[in-house]
Design a protein around this ligand. Structure first.
Ligand code: HEC
Ligand code: HEC
Ligand code: HEC
Ligand code: HEC
Ligand code: HEC
Length: 490
């Protein structure tokens, strides 16, 4: 009993004042909580992102604050005693047994604290790299990107694999940026929508290329798109493209990837707008090292302005700028759902009415879901009573599909709507490839960045009802109203 009391002397010494006592309490409470939650921390599972924030940032904060409070309390207490003429209880002399005990106590406690604190901060840092933290913590802010990501080919790739990548330098850089972003979220000063492109996104060489081998030969890719018309029958028309993706072959590098990703070529461009949609100049270095400067002859820009504008070396992201945050346009999204059969092409005017419902402006997502259901139900109930009676299931399925399209593409809280984030992989909906391949980017000696339609793809079928190539290959023609029962008369 006496021994125990002797050992507790240092504790008594630390807790002879209120500040230190609060400190000891904070350290102990955080430490115990940490031990209780250890199994969850090790498994890395945390159902709720907010619980995660409290745990991973709150605990270390409480723990460290406690640690700091203890010596502050001791110091102020000693100062108070000296000021009031009292002798501090303890004199720092190592011959004194209680001083030796105090030193040992401090040693053991410090070792334990370093262990706990390092574990706490390690889990905090690892937690910040999970998709849950990136995608869900700042709820509204990241909802558009997170939602699109979850349905993309990269849904199993972590946010940090593209946005941070390996290595300590970028890690620290992004964490420092992150502090500013956290304050912006708290203060509600962040921009809506979040601007794109991400200005200092890490080069693709160090992110995408860790998984994708750029020289890999992908050959030609068969792309089949079916569009449905605005008429009562939703008449389908199918386009078939053979994309010349290419890559490395025995003939050297060929095709789209080959032309842009050959290790010996370099394509640098100058852009005068923050979304990189206007490209007045392209500087191309070919495999032999010869440099060609292409200028947009349709809209010349003075040299001084070109020098001051952003210069960028082209990489994956200049074509694949939406590899995972893929937002659709209403027409394409409805076409896709119709081809997949979620919106039945046998419903009269399904395409036209679905797109119209999607393009209307709604104050928020709940209202949108409700009004979309109201508009489509109303349309079929009033105008096509018989369809509505006999094919109610199809109407309801169409409503769910249209609501889902809206939900994954439009986010009024973040001012993200149709076309907010254009894709550069194409040229029909936004300039994309034609920012350079428009036939107007010409060099002083009269060379032009190629623009023939067969440069990038062959087009075996262009808006055809029953493409021969699909029949030749034994592929089924796209879904159309003709396949199902003809729509009953009004
Ligand atoms: C496959 C790689 C990849 C993954 C995985 C990824 N992103 Fe992105 N992200 C990008 C690219 C590429 C851009 C656009 C960059 C540009 O144009 O400069 C982008 C842009 C953004 C933007 C800016 C706004 C916008 O839409 O352009 C935000 C915010 C964002 N990402 C958040 C996230 C979050 C949160 C996650 C995880 C849930 C995530 N990203 C996962 C590649 C990725
Ligand atoms: C951690 C690995 C990883 C990283 C990093 C990564 N990807 Fe991918 N990517 C994949 C996987 C896996 C697939 C195949 C997904 C599937 O087929 O379902 C894929 C598919 C793709 C596709 C084909 C999509 C389609 O529609 O079929 C493109 C294009 C692509 N990635 C581009 C990129 C770009 C650009 C980046 C950098 C911003 C990137 N990837 C970073 C793993 C990665
Ligand atoms: C000049 C524009 C351009 C650049 C630069 C580019 N790509 Fe592509 N890539 C394309 C096009 C176009 C396609 C075909 C897309 C389609 O129609 O589905 C494609 C297809 C792909 C595919 C799918 C291949 C398949 O077989 O389905 C992957 C993966 C891919 N790119 C990865 C990358 C990566 C990684 C980089 C950077 C190292 C990159 N691309 C750079 C234009 C580009
Ligand atoms: C920043 C400008 C720029 C953009 C954007 C761009 N390209 Fe290019 N592309 C070039 C340049 C420069 C060349 C090389 C021209 C030369 O040979 O002198 C080239 C060459 C090509 C070639 C080889 C042409 C040939 O016959 O030699 C293909 C194919 C190609 N690009 C496809 C694409 C596709 C597909 C896209 C869009 C996804 C795209 N490019 C976007 C600048 C661009
Ligand atoms: C610099 C490369 C390039 C050139 C030149 C080019 N295209 Fe394209 N085109 C693309 C890419 C990339 C896509 C998108 C493919 C995808 O959606 O997967 C595309 C898509 C299309 C589509 C859309 C198909 C669909 O149903 O969505 C049509 C139509 C088309 N191109 C026609 C043309 C015509 C006509 C020309 C000649 C004036 C032309 N293209 C020249 C690269 C090119």
């Amino acid at each position: 009993m006496h021994k125990l009391r002797e050992w507790l002397v240092p504790l008594a010494y630390f807790s002879n004042n209120l500040i230190s006592r609060i400190g000891i309490f904070a350290v102990t409470a955080a430490g115990i909580l940490w031990i209780l939650l250890l199994p969850q921390l090790i498994r890395g599972t945390m159902a709720n992102p907010y619980a995660g924030i409290v745990l991973f940032f709150g605990l270390p904060a409480v723990f460290l604050t406690g640690l700091v409070l203890i010596p502050i309390g001791v110091h102020t207490e000693r100062k108070r005693m000296r000021d009031s003429g009292q002798h501090p209880q303890m004199v720092f002399d190592f011959r004194h047994p209680s001083v030796r005990k105090l030193a040992m106590f401090l040693g053991i406690a410090t070792a334990a604290n370093i262990l706990i604190a390092s574990q706490l901060s390690y889990t905090a840092v690892t937690y910040m790299d999970t998709d849950k933290f990136c995608g869900e913590t700042c709820h509204t802010v990241m909802t558009p990107e997170f939602t699109a990501y979850l349905e993309s080919p990269h849904a199993r790739v972590q946010c940090v694999d593209c946005h941070i990548g390996p290595g300590a330098g970028w890690f620290v850089r992004y964490k420092l940026d992150g502090v500013g972003q956290l304050f912006a979220v708290i203060a509600h000063t962040y921009p809506k929508p979040i601007p794109s492109p991400v200005e200092n996104l890490r080069p693709a060489r160090e992110t995408c290329e860790r998984c994708h081998w750029p020289q890999r030969f992908s050959g030609d890719k068969f792309v089949v798109h079916t569009e449905y018309a605005d008429d009562e029958q939703n008449t389908p028309a199918t386009t078939v493209l053979l994309m010349k993706i290419g890559g490395q072959t025995w003939r050297g590098t060929v095709g789209i990837h080959g032309a842009h990703l050959d290790a010996n070529t370099k394509i640098e461009y100058v852009t005068t707008d923050s979304t990189r949609q206007t490209i007045p100049q392209v500087i191309y270095t070919d495999p032999a090292g010869k440099t060609t400067v292409y200028n947009d002859t349709s809209a010349p820009v003075p040299a001084a302005k070109l020098d001051a504008a952003e210069h960028r070396i082209m990489d994956c992201m200049d074509c694949h700028n939406r590899p995972t945050h893929i937002f659709q346009l209403p027409e394409h999204a409805v076409d896709q759902e119709m081809a997949d059969g979620h919106i039945s092409p046998s419903l009269p005017f399904a395409k036209k009415e679905s797109v119209a419902a999607l393009k209307r402006e709604y104050p928020d997502r709940d209202t949108a879901a409700r009004d979309i259901a109201g508009a489509l139900t109303g349309f079929y109930r009033d105008k096509y009573q018989q369809v509505y009676q006999t094919n109610k299931g199809a109407v309801e399925a169409a409503i769910s599909a249209v609501q889902a399209i809206y939900a994954r593409n439009v986010f009024p809280e973040m001012k993200v709507t149709w076309g907010t984030y254009p894709s550069n992989l194409g040229h029909m909906d936004s300039p994309g490839c034609f920012r350079c391949h428009d036939g107007n980017h010409t060099s002083a000696d009269g060379k032009t960045i190629p623009n023939d339609c067969s440069t990038c793809h062959d087009m075996p079928a262009n808006q055809e009802k029953n493409p021969k190539i699909l029949n030749d290959l034994g592929l089924k023609p796209p879904a159309s109203s003709a396949e199902s029962d003809p729509p009953p008369a009004k």
